[in-house]
Structure formats: C-alpha cells, structure tokens
Design a protein around this ligand. Structure first.
Ligand SMILES: *[C@@H]1O[C@H](CO)[C@@H](O)[C@H](O)[C@H]1NC(C)=O
Ligand SMILES: *[C@@H]1O[C@H](CO)[C@@H](O)[C@H](O)[C@H]1NC(C)=O
Ligand SMILES: *[C@@H]1O[C@H](CO)[C@@H](O)[C@H](O)[C@H]1NC(C)=O
Length: 340
C-alpha cells in the first residue's frame, strides 16, 4: 500500500514537473521593418501588427535582429489603437518640426500606449522569467504591437532595412502575467544646476507584484535614474533600491537588484539626477531640446492580470519634491546610490 502511494505521488510530481518544464510550445513571429528606407539622419520609423482579436497570446521572449551600426534603439509598444493606419510612419519621440515627404508623422500609439520591450547597443535577447508572459490579444488592452526603430543615419538610395524583433510566444496560458509600471515627472530644470526630478505613488490595488527588470530614460542631461520601493512601518520608512543606472548607457531593460514582492500600501518612487549645463532652463517635453525623466518597472503577478495602476507622474521641479509629497515621508534618501 505504501509503495502504491509513493508511486501515485511520483506520478503526480512528474505530471507537475512535465507541465511546467516542457509542455508548452513556443512559436516565433518575425516582427521586422518591411524594407524601409531611412530617408534622413536620426529618423524614427514605426510599423504595426494587429493581434488576432479572438485569441490570447503570451510573449515570453524577445530576440533582437538589429545592429548598433544601423539602429540607436528599438522600442516595442503595446497599443489599443496604433498611431496610424499606414504600414510605416515617422514616429519620433524627439520630433523635429520638418515635414517628411516619405512617411506621414504620428505617435507610435493613438491610445493605450505602453512599452513592452526596449533594445539598444547590441543588447542580447530578453527572456522573461519562467512561466511569465505578456498577455496580448483577446483579454488584454494590447490589441496592436508597434515596433519603433531609431535609425542612426540616412541610407543610400536603393538600400532598405529589416531591423526588428523575433517575438517568442505561446498560446498556452502562462500562470504569471507581466506588466510595466511607468514613473516620471513633468517640470523644469533651472540653468546651470543639478536638479532632482522626483515622483512617488502609493499602490492602492490589492495585488502582489514581483519586480524583475527596469529601464531608465532621459535625454542628454540625465546622469542617474534610480527607482525605489518605500516600505512604510510604524518605525519609519525604508527605501529599497530597485535599480539605478546612468541613462547615458544603453537604455534597455536591466535586472532589478531587489526582487522582493511589492504590495498594497507600498510606495513606488523614482528620482532622476539632471545636470543642466546650459545657460537656459530646460523643460520636460518631446523634442531633443527638451528633457525626460522616466523609470520603467517590469513585474509579474501570479494567477492574475497586471495592475490597472500603470503610471506615477509628478509635477516635478520646482513644484514637487519628495519632501513635499502627500505621503509625508519621515526620511528621504539625500545621497544617490553609486551609479552602476
Ligand atoms: C534580420 O533578419 C532578416 C531575415 O530574418 C535578415 O535578412 C536581416 O538581414 C536581419 N537584419 C539585421 C539587421 O540583422
Ligand atoms: C484607422 O482606420 C479606422 C477604420 O477605418 C479608423 O476608425 C481610425 O480612426 C483610423 N486610425 C487612424 C490613426 O487614422
Ligand atoms: C555637471 O556638468 C558639469 C559640466 O560638464 C561638470 O563639471 C559637473 O561636474 C557636473 N555635475 C554633476 C553633479 O554631474
């Protein structure tokens, strides 16, 4: 009887193991630029795919197909609606105001924009943690994916490009759904000064999120971007670093330094250190004369969808600093952690 029981137990363990290790099939979708011609230096081009609306797909990995000689960066946006119905359009975040005679101009998404992948400087493939997938399609607000490539230089006449990403996906339901939370600020950086741009938000949803990757983003004045989780107890606030990076290094997703779960009433916070070396103020905005301060946090949730809370934006300097936040923090990190 005893051996019979352990046989059943063995079978059961084997069934669990085989389910989680090798039972789902992974397919690849080649999401590449359709022979585009970068018609000037520093152009941003976008191309969309519509996701079959009756089905769910889980993206589990991103394999880049690009080189740093051609592309500064690639971003993959999830959208409810794409920015354009064209097969290719010009989609700079840093817009110049020139009219483009080759491609129409629009943002990557018209609505429901979120970043699901970023590549720069020959970054290797990004594999999500085991059993984690980005849900797209039927039960997701992501109905389209839009690939954005920022090209370095104008291509010679007749030469076209197919940079892009091989998407690794499965139709098997993944028990852990991935999500992205974006922290950022508005505001102005005064001339010739080092400024802190800060934001913080309390999580109000009753979900447990497991952080695994982060991405810094500024334009040219950023020297450090750091994300924190603030745990609030009766004995005071504890600030734990999630990730910190010099944004002049490739702005891709890096592993977080602290994967401890984050839950309701914890605070997510971010700070960008900006060094305005100009004799004029620089404000947050979309062109390359403006700045940005963003910290993206990628996380997974067990057996549940991602947070509906997706953004945390503050008014930034000179209006908002952590010492004026409604959370009323009883301590604030004054020094920044070592830049990694
Ligand atoms: C991307 O892949 C395609 C075919 O899969 C290939 O022809 C092309 O050269 C690749 N492009 C780059 C930049 O690696
Ligand atoms: C694309 O086409 C659809 C259907 O014709 C239309 O509703 C939508 O507004 C168009 N989108 C853009 C960005 O022009
Ligand atoms: C800001 O930039 C100036 C000019 O490059 C440099 O001398 C200074 O050390 C920088 N300050 C910080 C805090 O990075």
């Amino acid at each position: 009887m005893k051996s019979y029981n352990s046989f059943i137990l063995l079978l059961f363990v084997f069934a669990i193991l085989s389910r989680s290790v090798f039972s789902y099939e992974i397919d690849t979708y080649d999401f590449l630029m359709p022979n585009v011609w970068p018609n000037k230096d520093e152009v941003y081009l976008c191309t969309p795919i519509r996701i079959a609306p009756q089905k769910n797909f889980y993206i589990v990995g991103f394999k880049p197909n690009a080189t740093m000689h051609t592309a500064h960066h690639m971003l993959l946006y999830g959208c409810s609606e794409p920015g354009s119905n064209d097969s290719v359009w010009s989609c700079g975040e840093m817009q110049s105001n020139e009219i483009d005679d080759q491609y129409n101009t629009a943002s990557p998404c018209r609505s429901g924009s979120q970043i699901v992948y970023a590549w720069a400087r020959d970054a290797p493939r990004l594999q999500l943690p085991k059993d984690v997938g980005f849900l797209i399609g039927r039960d997701s607000p992501i109905k389209y994916l839009v690939l954005q490539v920022h090209y370095m230089t104008k291509f010679p006449k007749g030469k076209t490009d197919n940079s892009g990403v091989f998407l690794e996906y499965t139709t098997t339901k993944m028990p852990r759904q991935a999500g992205v939370f974006l922290l950022g600020t508005s505001g102005v950086i005064a001339p010739n000064r080092v400024e802190h741009m800060e934001t913080a938000c309390t999580l109000y949803e009753d979900k447990i999120i497991h952080p695994f990757a982060f991405r810094p983003h500024t334009h040219s004045l950023g020297t450090q971007v750091t994300g924190y989780v603030v745990r609030r107890t009766n004995n005071g606030d504890t600030w734990q670093v999630l990730g910190s990076k010099n944004p002049q290094l490739p702005q891709m997703f890096y592993p977080v330094v602290n994967t401890a779960p984050i839950m309701k009433n914890d605070v997510l916070a971010a700070r960008c250190v900006m060094n305005n070396t100009h004799n004029h103020p620089v404000q947050i905005g979309p062109t390359n004369k403006d700045e940005m301060c963003n910290f993206y946090l990628m996380y997974w949730v067990q057996d549940d969808g991602p947070l509906s809370q997706k953004y945390c934006f503050s008014a930034g300097p000179p209006y908002y600093y952590w010492n004026r936040a409604p959370e009323d923090f009883n301590r604030i990190p004054d020094m920044d952690v070592d830049v990694v």
